[in-house]
Design a protein around this ligand. Structure first.
Ligand SMILES: Nc1nc2c(ncn2[C@@H]2O[C@H](COP(=O)(O)OP(=O)(O)OP(=O)(O)O)[C@@H](O)[C@H]2O)c(=O)[nH]1
Length: 306
């Protein structure tokens, strides 16, 4: 027997509604039942009657444009997974996830398989996040592994190193100038930045890497098999590429803020430049602070050249 899945679609373009429904027709495993509406009030009314399994919303409808649409929808649909449809822009999609959507799809790239996969992924993601919140080894704010989980993982990977000589590295990351963000926008905005950064770390992470929150605005990664400095430096550069940039956050008054974030990262390799787990952490920490100094210096120079 096919399972049932109810989708509410917020879309004011009738051609797109038609296409959307076509893509979900005649699935062997799931019977998708889609109800469409072209307004926020209409969507609110549908949800008040029956809560759907998933919401798919076009960010640009006649009464509301861009991320504002998502923010309005989130006001009356907190526990429902949301997929947003965007024009041609990954950046808006990523910002939508930061503002609480579970996934996004670029309209021109939608086909039956990407759509069905996004629906499944968005549902699983919401369930997983609720479940993770219950675990003692998770940091409650970011859902990353916490310090206790880090200690356990380090012990395990160290014992592999001693037995099989498999090198591993750790990276320590710290947000540059995080305190002024808390001071300027408030702690809640600071919390959201920490959550978004954690999310980016998770998204661009290899399956075997360990990602944890070390405390405050510090994060830690354990990366197996990175065994020379060249690999380590290239890893650090890649992490900076995905972590540095604008973070979209909703302020307490509901305004969307775009806050520039950069991180300092320090790494160390067990067996190459660190000869115990303790030394590994302290060298990574030292390198992180060196990186912070370089960042501060660069910022200073930029101020003078601006
Ligand atoms: N919002 C929020 N803030 C936190 C949390 N944990 C720690 N902080 C704040 O994070 C800030 C960390 O600041 P520091 O690491 O001292 O300094 P910084 O401003 O990042 O400056 P540099 O590290 O030198 O770049 C402090 O203001 C803490 O209050 C948290 O869970 N939520």
């Amino acid at each position: 027997m096919r399972s049932e899945l109810t989708i509410y679609l917020l879309e004011d373009n009738s051609d797109d509604v038609y296409l959307f429904k076509q893509l979900l027709e005649n699935d062997k495993a799931i019977n998708y039942s889609t109800l469409e509406t072209d307004s926020l009030a209409g969507l609110n009314k549908l949800i008040s009657a029956i809560v759907p399994d998933i919401l798919v919303i076009d960010l640009n409808i006649s009464e509301s444009v861009g991320l504002e649409t998502l923010i309005e929808v989130r006001k009356f649909s907190l526990d429902i997974p949301i997929i947003v449809l965007t024009g041609n822009d990954d950046e808006i999609g990523i910002q939508a996830i930061q503002l609480g959507a579970q996934d996004y799809l670029i309209k021109s790239e939608i086909n039956a398989s990407t759509l069905k996969r996004a629906i499944q992924f968005a549902r699983e993601r919401l369930i997983l996040y609720s479940a993770l919140g219950q675990l003692a080894t998770r940091d409650k704010l970011t859902m990353l592994h916490n310090r206790a989980a880090f200690d356990e993982k380090l012990e395990a990977i160290e014992s592999d190193f001693l037995r099989y000589e498999i090198n591993y590295s750790i990276l320590l990351l710290d947000i540059n100038n995080f305190k002024p963000i808390n001071d300027t926008y408030g702690h809640l905005v600071g919390d959201k930045i920490l959550q978004h950064l954690a999310h980016r770390l998770q998204m661009f992470n290899r399956a075997n890497d360990f990602v944890g929150r070390f405390g405050g605005d510090e994060f830690i990664l354990i990366v197996p098999k990175v065994d020379n400095d060249e690999k380590l430096q290239s890893l650090i550069l890649n992490k900076k590429k995905v972590l540095n940039g604008q973070y979209a956050v909703q302020s307490i008054s509901g305004q969307i803020l775009n806050i520039p974030i950069s991180v300092a990262i320090g790494g160390a390799i067990r067996g190459v430049n660190a000869f115990s787990p303790k030394e590994l952490i302290s060298i990574a920490d030292l390198n992180m602070y060196k990186d912070k100094e370089i960042n501060a210096q660069l910022e200073n120079n930029n101020k003078f050249t601006d």
